[in-house]
Design a protein around this ligand. Structure first.
Ligand SMILES: Cc1cc2nc3c(=O)[nH]c(=O)nc-3n(C[C@H](O)[C@H](O)[C@H](O)COP(=O)(O)OP(=O)(O)OC[C@H]3O[C@@H](n4cnc5c(N)ncnc54)[C@H](O)[C@@H]3O)c2cc1C
Length: 441
């Protein structure tokens, strides 16, 4: 057996959680610079930080927590002292070039994570700049690339994906990032972690060891499967991109979250005959719609639901019993309380979400997991972590990336700050960055 390739740190997952960590470990270190807005709104934090001339990666994160400030929140405030972006100089930290730490990032698709696969025309739920990284504001990216758009607007997928895709080269990290490689197994090893991978779509396998491991695989490692006979028929698909990909008039959407709402709305507006099947009751779906009127497609779905149409059939508390092939399409047998019916379709689109996969960890103490739900109707199992450095409470030197860490909100805006605490903790443990206590004024 060949000796595994060794790196100090391995990052698994190249989405909005794993990718910025690569850049920080790759030598972009944050330094406090203050800003008029930050100083005005967070004067106490400014007084704590203004004496701190070295990198913020050297902060005593435990002391910070003892002061009641979660590290992720501190970095969020430095990055976004106002929720609305006004100018680049409102950002209260800046970045300096330092020696990179030896790391590797392994991810099974392109960098940018699940954004590579969301529907083509789907807008973000929040302003574009809430999904940026502190070291490369969207405004800066747009200016450098001659793109004209308001970073406070909701952003369409392809813009965001272009932004994420630009990052490895822009920050000189491309040669440390292995895309299209799937991590199949992570085991304990004398040197820390043993990581076994396979190139996507091939039999080629690789192995790596690392002393630290950041597990940033997001909430869609394993897409949920429909548990019904016929779910694997060719006209049943588990990814929706755009109406043009779905031939035929009669489409059934299965789900009830935001992705399903988007697909149902877009397909209806493309002139299709839409049957929308949800397991949840109406009383759970309607509040999601009413709470989301800041998003144009929620105003539209509400309008569709109010307006009788023979192309729109919405069934709550309904399950799929079986799907049978008929010609190129099929017949779907539905069961609702006290009723069962069959619907003929050309396509079935499953938008039933996915789960974070902790099953690839073998031979470690059992990971403590907790369920997290948010207002956007996202849900994920998070790893229990120490609050000051987001390190697993069960396995030393294992860090769940982004919102896989306990208590972190399920959006980029909430999770991006964990990047700096994780990188800082690793660099402090390695003695590369000196821990500096906060002097209280
Ligand atoms: C429809 C939808 C809309 C959303 N809208 C917003 C929004 O507007 N604003 C917002 O902030 N957030 C939004 N989110 C939340 C979204 O999860 C985050 O934006 C972000 O993508 C999470 O980043 P991540 O890096 O944690 O995970 P991901 O983006 O999922 O990236 C993880 C990466 O790891 C890879 N991976 C997984 N397992 C392995 C493995 N075993 N080996 C190798 N690679 C692996 C995955 O393929 C993926 O590329 C939305 C989510 C969805 C589904």
């Amino acid at each position: 057996m060949t000796t595994p390739e060794h790196h100090k740190v391995a990052i698994v997952g190249g989405g909005p959680a794993g990718l910025p960590l690569a850049v920080i470990l790759g030598g972009q270190w944050p330094v406090y610079r203050g800003s008029a807005l930050f100083e005005e709104r967070y004067a106490q934090l400014h007084h704590l930080l203004e004496r701190h001339s070295e990198t913020l990666l050297g902060l005593d994160f435990r002391e910070l927590c003892n002061l009641g400030i979660a590290p992720a929140d501190l970095f969020q405030l430095l990055h976004h002292p106002g929720k609305k972006f006004r100018s680049l100089d409102q950002i209260a930290y800046t970045f300096q070039d330092r020696e990179p730490l030896d790391y590797i990032l392994i991810t099974r698709e392109e960098v940018g994570g699940l954004w590579n696969n969301v529907p083509r025309n789907l807008l973000t739920l929040s302003p574009g700049q809430w999904m940026e990284f502190g070291f490369y504001p969207l405004r800066q990216w747009a200016d450098e690339n001659g793109i004209d758009f308001d970073v406070n607007d909701l952003i369409i997928k392809h813009r965001l994906v272009e932004y994420y895709h630009s990052i490895p080269e822009r920050f000189g990290q491309s040669n440390r990032i292995r895309t299209h490689e799937n991590v199949e197994r992570i085991e304990p090893h004398d040197r820390g972690f043993l990581i076994s991978t396979r190139r996507v779509g091939s039999e080629q396998t690789f192995s790596y060891t690392s002393e630290y491991l950041v597990y940033a695989v997001g909430q869609r490692c394993i897409l949920r499967q429909l548990d019904a006979p016929g779910a694997d028929l060719p006209f049943v698909r588990s990814r929706y991109d755009r109406p043009e990909d779905i031939p035929g008039q009669r489409v059934m959407i299965v789900g009830g979250g935001r992705s399903a709402d988007w697909a149902a709305t877009e397909l209806f507006d493309a002139g299709r005959d839409v049957t929308y099947v949800q397991r949840q009751p109406e009383a759970r779906h309607v509040p999601l719609i009413n709470d989301s009127f800041h998003l144009p497609y929620y105003r539209r779905i509400a309008e569709i639901m109010r307006t009788p149409s023979d192309r729109w059939h919405l069934h709550y508390e309904t399950e799929i019993e079986r799907i049978d092939a008929i010609g190129k399409g099929g017949r779907v047998q539905l069961r609702s309380p006290g009723e069962s019916r069959s619907v003929d379709v050309d396509h079935v689109v499953l938008e039933i979400g996915g789960i974070a996969d902790y099953g690839i960890f073998k031979g470690f103490p059992e990971l403590s997991l907790v369920d997290k739900y948010d207002d956007y109707r996202f849900q994920v199992r998070q790893m229990r972590t120490h609050p000051h450095n987001y390190e697993s409470i069960d396995v030393p030197n294992l860090y769940p990336g982004g919102y896989l860490a306990e208590g972190i909100g399920l959006v980029v805006y909430a999770m991006h700050g964990t990047t700096y605490a994780i990188a800082g903790d690793i660099l402090q443990k390695e003695g590369i960055v000196k821990k500096v206590g906060l002097e209280r004024g």
